[in-house]
Design a protein around this ligand. Structure first.
Ligand code: ZN
Length: 348
């Protein structure tokens, strides 16, 4: 064998090992990515290419506010009322900025992927407090950027906020099909987390938080989670309802959902429906006519009575009601109908 050939062969082997290594590493990485995007959500929850239905037409009705923060889109809903929308991540989180004469209120802080504080500094200079509609990761993502953080007075809110969300929980939400635009440079899916935050004050049902000529009432509305609240902006006749309702699949399957609480909260809000014209939810669209709550009430009633059109996969059912869907675990429906038939038998 010629010397030259020997070196070429060794170089060839060396290159082959390097290439094989790179292939294995990248295969490992892509397998990781696939696993995260597949295990993160059932297709009933996150349909493939969900972004193809964007942009949502309702946004055309509002003035779009130009800012320097490309992760967000900002829309002015009413005077001193802004929807801060994150269309590039599956949750399509919406936070709201309400400005009064003395103070501004951030209703939720979204996923934490963009720089919310910088964005807000482009919209107002008055002092800001954050009030979370409940403690789920896609509401509290940017809480740590602010000094004044209010949550509903419950052990769940305080503890969850102070626990934060670790990388293994969050990672799947910003990999694969969960996003359709590049992440900001400072967000690395392998290290990104939502840090623990201490609440600085607590709110209770019925409390009025005045922003200066703009009273905001807290209405405890458990169901989606035990600590869920809605915020009634009486002057503007708007109800900031968090995840209690949004136009999309309502997540009624998660561990902290309580269907009976959902139904009771719906009854409470419907009693006050003449006080607000629109709901401003924390996902998808920022503007929904308030009478949708009547349809949601009927929907839960139908589901619990075994009615309604649905698709089922494993233990999940997605019910379709036109303006919104409900995703619920099959065991939750069975539990409820067993309760119902037991009660009917007792009454009978
Ligand atoms: Zn939630």
């Amino acid at each position: 064998m010629a010397k030259g050939n020997f070196f070429s062969e060794r170089r060839f082997r060396f290159m082959a090992i390097i290439i094989l290594g790179l292939v294995l590493i990248s295969a490992g990485c892509s397998r990781d990515r696939e696993t995260y995007s597949k295990t993160a959500r059932s297709k009933l929850i996150q349909p493939p290419k969900w972004w193809e239905q964007l942009p949502r037409s309702i946004y055309l009705r509002f003035d779009k506010v130009q800012t320097n923060q490309s992760w967000y889109e900002v829309y002015q809903l009413r005077e001193s009322t802004y929807a801060i929308y994150e269309p590039y991540q599956f949750e399509e989180a919406i936070s709201y900025l309400l400005i009064g004469t003395d103070k501004a209120l951030m209703v939720d802080t979204g996923t934490g992927i963009g720089d919310l504080k910088k964005l807000i500094s482009e919209l107002t200079q008055v002092p800001i407090a954050v009030l979370n509609t409940h403690i789920h990761w896609d509401q509290v993502g940017n809480n740590s950027q602010f000094d004044e953080i209010l949550v509903y007075n419950s052990i769940e809110s305080i503890t969850k906020l102070y626990t934060g969300y670790n990388n293994s929980f969050l990672k799947g939400h910003i990999l694969g099909d969960s996003i359709w635009k590049s992440l900001p440079e400072n967000i690395d899916p392998d290290t990104w987390k939502i840090p623990p935050v201490k609440s600085t004050d607590l709110v209770e049902d019925g409390m009025i938080y005045d922003l200066g000529n703009r009273p905001i009432e807290v209405i405890h509305s458990p169901g989606h989670s035990p600590d869920s609240i809605c915020l009634l902006d009486k002057k503007n006749r708007l109800l900031f309802c968090g995840d209690f309702f949004y136009s999309g699949p309502l997540y009624a399957f998660e561990e902290d959902v309580n269907i009976q609480d959902y139904i009771t909260s719906l009854e409470n809000l419907i009693k006050r429906i003449d006080e607000f014209d629109f709901l401003c939810p924390s996902h998808n669209v920022p503007w929904v006519k308030s009478d949708i709550l009547l349809k949601v009430q009927d929907a839960f009633e139908d589901i619990m009575r075994g009615k309604g059109r649905y698709e089922e996969s494993e233990n999940l059912r997605r019910y379709y009601f036109g303006d919104f869907d409900v995703i619920i675990r099959v065991d939750m429906i069975k539990e409820k109908s067993e309760d119902r038939s037991k009660r009917d038998t007792e009454i009978g």
